[in-house]
Design a protein around this ligand. Sequence first.
Ligand code: BES
Ligand code: MN
Ligand code: ZN
Length: 505
Amino acid sequence: MEVVVESGKILDIEAEILLLTFFEGEETLSGTAKLIDQRYEGLLTRIIQEKDFEGRLYQISVVYNRMQEPVKRIAMVGLGKKADFDLEKLRGAFAKAAQYVRSLNIKTLTSFVNSSEWSDSRFTLSELTEAVVEGTLLGLYQFTLFKTVDREKIKDMDRLLLVEDDPDRYHIVRESSRKAEAIARAVYFARDLVSAPGNEIKPRNLAEKALEMASSREKIEPIVFDEKQIRKLGMHALLAVAQGSHEPARFIVLKYKGDKDREEIIALVGKGITFDSGGISLKPSENMGEMKSDMAGAATVIATIMAAADLKLPVNLVGLIPATENLPGGCAYRPGDILNSLSGQTIEVITTDAEGRLILADALTYAGNYSPEAVVDIATLTGACVVALGNVAIGMLGTDSNLKQQIAEAGERTGERVWELPLWDEYFELIKSDIADYKNTGGRNGGAITAAAFLQKFVGNYPWVHLDIAGPSWLDKDRPYVPKGASGIGVRLLISWLRGLTKKD
Ligand code: BES
Ligand code: MN
Ligand code: ZN
């Protein structure tokens, strides 16, 4: 699937299908729609007058004109009420329209960035273009790698064609669509990793994928630590979780240097449990297969670094990924075990199913080595966060209000919204252990918070935010531009945050 921006007049362009957007409740046509309507003998007026198409959000109609040229079909998609318009609706409308057009087996979707109709300068041309391209590409994602029967029946679109007449606008649309393409490609990469089953993506495979990604990009320096090296580093909490599996753990480090003139670095830490059975504290079997997605945080970090490099963001990043399976093998760590973490602090294991915080604890301590200006960890950490926020929002907790604010704003911009939970002193009481420094669970109540409180004990002297994506990382129902399954959430959020820091678009 490619995105092409072509200079030309929308009225002259030849197309299999031309996509037009409409607001709800607007009886008279204006702008390009009006011109097209005139050319095709009132085709659009007719369907609107008959109320067969009303512009309701995501409503779609396809009309065929008798002349068949230069445009064979016109797809109409509703944006809902104009007063409610935002980028999220625009992404969704293009996604829904593109999915419909794909179902007709049409290979090229032609449209344009209709900024003057969509918003009165509330959003820039760049923002609108990015929303169009991201919405279309993300909405068309499908995970077909393991389908071998009737592959030819899988419908796939080849091209999104955006037409732009004005030369100044053309350059902006082209630039922005390239950026959006890079971001969407990174989200695809994350979704592919998360969708892949646990027998395909084990810690070593995850490391390979990270190395592969880095090798085709300048400015990314990867280092993968094997178990021997992890032991030498002293990451015994990570090693304890890995004990139960024959698959060795990995600690993956990806350095991206986008700003040579500065030493400051931001660390992104991602939970890389390639399969979480719960360990000796075995999970119930129902839906256990979904726990192949317990490395979604890791996938987000790898993909974010990929996108940052492709966008040439002028920031310095280090991605830190502790990767292991959590299995109940004969050498598995047990409830009751006491672990010595990299920080030197000891942890009493109450349940082997609270493994994410153990591997993140060591990675957060390690992050301190970089004296980072900020650390964001992202993890499918707790079922409690799913109970609290469902799959609609990311749980956010942290120590730095400035950083939290920046990330919250990026969440609004991207639709990958975060919701803050508190980290008050009382919660820290719940993770005190009688015989070690901390225990790895604070009980059922407030589980998302006590997990973060545990992490904070291993956070160094740097601003820190924790993002719990246990809910939104895996969807069991389609969203307009997120097909069910792996969402790839966090990539667009983190990239938007990083772009905001560098101010330059
Ligand atoms: N990976 C799970 C959290 C999870 C649950 C992610 C549901 C996605 C969907 C994590 O390792 C886990 O098992 N957490 C436990 C912690 C508890 C035992 C303290 C949980 O939330 O139940
Ligand atoms: Mn677990
Ligand atoms: Zn887990």
